[in-house]
Design a binder for this molecule. Structure first.
Ligand SMILES: Nc1ncnc2c1ncn2[C@@H]1O[C@H](COP(=O)(O)OP(=O)(O)O)[C@@H](O)[C@H]1O
Ligand SMILES: [Mg+2]
Length: 150
């Protein structure tokens, strides 16, 4: 199922990310699709604000993956910018210290969504609109999660 909404500001995009972040648990994966500047990192910052993790989420331009350790022994956040990866499967070859099954994985992908890394990832597609400040955000997830996002 898909949920669609328009966010009218950075703040609203972060709020939507935060809402989703609250619903996530260890082992969950979120694939963010959208062109450069769509708002994938912005959404991830909001998502991260719902997790008690170490460090600021930034645009991982020069690092492929950044790990944010949980400060309360819950799920770590693994934030990947897959810009320079060719397949999502390459994530499993990165030198991660976090166990993905015990982490929340967020991947900025932007090359069309694929399914080869985790089962049933939550898919978030962020699209530009005619308005500079607005984004059309489509979230594809279980009914359970979508009900709580509305
Ligand atoms: N509604 C909105 N939601 C998110 N970002 C927005 C919005 N409106 C404008 N922006 C701008 O779009 C850019 C998004 O950047 P970023 O999150 O780094 O994108 P990406 O990670 O997809 O490349 C920022 O410069 C931000 O100020
Ligand atoms: Mg980004």
């Amino acid at each position: 199922m898909t949920f669609q909404t328009i966010t009218k500001s950075i703040k609203e995009t972060k709020e939507l990310g935060a809402k989703l972040g609250k619903l996530l648990k260890a082992g969950d994966a979120v694939l963010l699709d959208g062109e450069l500047g769509a708002g994938k990192t912005t959404f991830t910052q909001g998502l991260a604000s719902s997790l008690n993790i170490k460090g600021e989420v930034t645009s991982p331009t020069f690092v492929i993956a950044r790990e944010h350790k949980s400060l309360d022994n819950k799920a770590n956040l693994v934030h990947v910018d897959a810009y320079r990866l060719n397949t999502l499967a390459e994530i499993s070859q990165l030198d991660l210290t976090s166990d993905l099954e015990e982490s929340i994985l967020v991947v900025e992908w932007g090359k069309g969504l694929v399914n080869d890394l985790v089962e049933n990832p939550i898919k978030v597609k962020i699209n530009h609109t005619d308005n500079e400040e607005e984004r059309l955000i489509e979230i594809d997830a279980s009914i359970d999660i979508l009900e709580k996002l509305k």
